[in-house]
Design a protein around this ligand. Structure first.
Ligand code: DGJ
Length: 707
């Protein structure tokens, strides 16, 4: 039983961690503990009441409120704010009851005066060492209540410590960039205001102590993420009393929801954990969590070919067939036709919304191409961008009012497109019908679902509360997606938003994978994959081998032309992509016989190591963020086999690197490794390490296994 409950205190235990909360002497629900699991219930600290300190600090200031509201003399970042029908804007939540249902604790709070119920939910993921938190808000009266902030959780860190925040920043072409900064007195805000979870910040955080920093495989770390695909925010508040608190949930920027009589709203889940094994331990817990909820969790993710970087919008039956034939000969298992296949789509100026094959490009429809792809032994996949419409499309001409807009303002067209208002039921139904028709009438095994712009002029004509758009839109996307998945359970989805702009954990309960970035240059990809791997397992990270040139090329002639653009060795590019779900995105017509031969061998090798990469545990041995050498390792769940990848970009001599120590092995077991004579114990591989000789811009892939 992972939940110990008394009428006024609760301890939630996972295999190695614990979280405790309780009612203090003043009747307030407060946080008690978050950290390693302790031997006895009596070990957990009591629910403290720090009382009122002075006329400048109300009781809510110092107490570690579990779910603080806007109200009273409190100036901290609240989790909740509502305006009642009479204009009162304070919320005063009082404890009413609690209930344990299996692995879930529910704590029911109600406003002292108004018919507002807020239920705090805690889901204990015992084996994963993770805790989920979310809230349900209910109006059990008759007058409407306007919700203006509903965060999913507030997490408190042990007090009187200085913390360092790690998070993932970025932009288009540079997603998942690793950022670390100390928290000082005040509030740090990470967020998205763009309608998607965004390229700029990923809804994930990790905090460690400044004076005892976590390392890759050791040290204490408190981490968490939000499972939501739209506007979100996370605040990191360090108070003048030395407490540190994290609020995470829906963004309250331009946000409001109207709860009418009897209505409820369920906020998205936040998931968090405590690791005593540093960043590696935290990310492996997240990987297990993400993998356990993928729609096709046990299926290997296929090696795909995608035509986008090869053909752009210039697709047609003959050209795609030619690419498919080469792809199949290399061992590709899934052929995906990207943008450009549908009505009027010769550039990004037209066509979005008209989801039927362009008769000029596919005079016989898609069926002959799909049949050929299937005859070649591959599945067929298709690109869609369902949420969008080009003004130059039949859909827009029929329904101009379906696009998100303010009637008196010009509609900002980004990439010449507008966003359909998926908050509207009729728009959702239209998409369900059209896409269901497409999937029902073709043998389509895979959909790349793209979303290529951010929102602007967020009007919603006729809505009682137009600011609900930010939330109702995302719920609309979920409804369309979930309905299609239910009707076509064998279809695999990939979530893309101009690369990794919508790669959040809620998407990854609908899509099996994400497209992390439009940047496929391999040294940039190493960094992107490094950041993404903090949260996302390799099986979710689609990684194409392309011909994108690098500006970090070998200094063939040292001196003036030391850095120049060019392609890195094909093997290097493959090895980078083999650290995720391997795909090919190059123009195969441009690859000569020897490149194709090499590709064929590497694809076969990937298929052999795929179960380890996609289902194993990741150890980041050497980060690609510093220096010119990086390495990572995947180990099968039973530790019986693994695969080591190492990459070297340019660096001065020596060519022989310091010994590289592996991780996660069985100390007493004997392992054999490609390229090494004899056998070594797991303990030797982990403590002594192995020597690698790596020249500039070269990489190695080495398998190892028990003997
Ligand atoms: C953005 C995606 O990230 C690309 O891979 C490609 O699908 C284009 N959209 C197509 O318009």
């Amino acid at each position: 039983m992972p939940i110990f409950a008394t009428p006024d205190s609760w301890i939630l235990e996972t295999r190695n961690t614990a979280y405790a909360l309780g009612i203090n002497a003043s009747g307030a629900l407060v946080h008690r503990y978050w950290g390693p699991r302790l031997p006895y219930e009596s070990d957990y600290p009591p629910a403290r009441d720090y009382g009122e300190w002075s006329s400048f600090y109300g009781p809510g200031e110092i107490n570690l409120q579990e779910y603080p509201t806007y109200g009273g003399a409190s100036y901290r970042e609240p989790c909740f704010k509502a305006t009642f029908a009479d204009g009162v804007r304070d919320t005063v939540l009082e404890f009413r009851s609690s209930e344990v249902q299996g692995d879930e604790l529910q704590i029911v709070l109600e406003d002292a005066h108004y018919p507002l119920r807020v239920t705090l939910h805690y889901g204990v993921l015992e084996d994963l060492d993770l805790l989920e938190r979310w809230v349900t808000v209910q109006n059990f009266g008759t007058d409407p209540i306007r919700l203006e902030r509903v965060l999913s959780a507030q997490w408190h860190l042990p007090i009187l410590e200085d913390y360092r925040l790690s998070h993932l920043g970025g932009r288009w072409l540079e997603e998942f960039q690793w950022v670390q900064e100390p928290l000082s007195h005040g509030v740090v805000l990470l967020e998205s205001r763009r309608l998607t979870s965004g390229h700029q910040h990923y809804p994930w955080f990790a905090l460690d102590r400044v004076d005892a920093p976590a390392l890759e495989e050791s040290g204490e770390l408190w981490f968490g993420a939000l499972e939501w695909s739209g506007n979100w925010k996370a605040t990191f508040e360090r108070t003048e009393f030395g407490s540190t608190r994290v609020g995470i949930g829906l963004n309250d920027w331009d946000f409001a929801l109207l709860l009418a009589e009897g209505e409820s709203f369920v906020a998205p889940k936040s998931v968090s954990g405590y690791s005593s094994a540093g960043f590696g331990g935290a990310s492996r817990a997240m990987h297990r969590h993400v993998r356990s909820r993928l729609p096709h969790r046990d299926a290997p993710h296929k090696v795909l070919y995608n035509s986008w970087e090869a053909t752009g919008f210039d697709v047609n039956e003959a050209g795609q067939t030619e690419l498919a034939e080469i792809a199949a000969s290399l061992g590709v298992e899934l052929f995906v036709m990207d943008d450009g296949w549908f009505q009027g789509r010769d550039s990004d100026r037209a066509g979005l919304g008209d989801w039927w094959p362009d008769a000029r490009k596919f005079p016989r429809g898609l069926e002959p191409l799909i049949e050929r792809v299937n005859a070649l032994g591959m599945d067929f996949g298709l690109w869609l961008e369902p949420e969008m419409v080009n003004p130059d499309s039949d859909l827009y001409r029929a329904h101009p009012d379906w696009a998100i807009h303010f009637p008196t303002r010009a509609r900002t067209e980004m990439r010449n497109q507008l966003i359909l208002n998926l908050a509207k039921l009729e728009v959702q139904d239209h998409l369900i019908n059209v896409l269901d028709g497409l999937l029902s009438s073709h043998n389509i095994a895979f959909i790349k679902w793209d979303m290529n712009r951010n929102a602007s002029e967020p009007g919603w004509e006729g809505a009682q509360e137009p600011r609900a758009l930010w939330v109702r839109y995302v719920e609309g996307v979920y409804r369309v997606w979930d309905t299609l998945s239910a009707r076509h359970p064998n279809v695999t989805f990939q979530s893309c938003s101009g690369g990794g702009g919508r790669s959040d954990l809620a998407m990854l309960t609908r899509a099996d994978q994400v497209w992390p970035s439009d940047n496929t240059e391999p040294t940039a990809r190493l960094k992107i994959q490094h950041g993404a791997s903090q949260v996302l397992p390799a099986c979710t990270l689609e990684a194409w081998v392309t011909d994108m040139e690098s500006d970090r090329m070998p200094p063939f002639g040292r001196g003036e032309d030391a850095l120049r653009r060019g392609k890195l060795p094909l093997e290097f590019r493959f090895h980078v992509s083999m650290c995720g779900t391997l795909g090919i995105g190059a123009n195969l017509l441009h690859w000569n016989d020897s490149e194709r031969e090499q590709a064929r061998a590497l694809i076969a090798q990937y298929k052999a190591i795929r179960p380890i990469v996609q289902g194993g545990e990741l150890y980041r041995l050497k980060s690609p963020l510093t220096g010119a050498f990086s390495a990572l390792e995947y180990v099968s769940q039973d530790r019986a086999e693994g695969v080591l990848f190492a990459f070297r970009t340019h660096m001065p001599e020596p060519v022989v690197l310091p010994p590289l120590r592996l991780a996660g092995l069985e100390p007493a077991a004997l392992y054999r490794m490609d390229g090494l004579e004899g056998t070594l114990s797991g303990a030797a591989l982990m403590n002594v390490g192995i020597s690698l000789e790596l020249k500039d811009f070269s990489s190695v892939l080495r398998r190892f296994y028990w003997v």
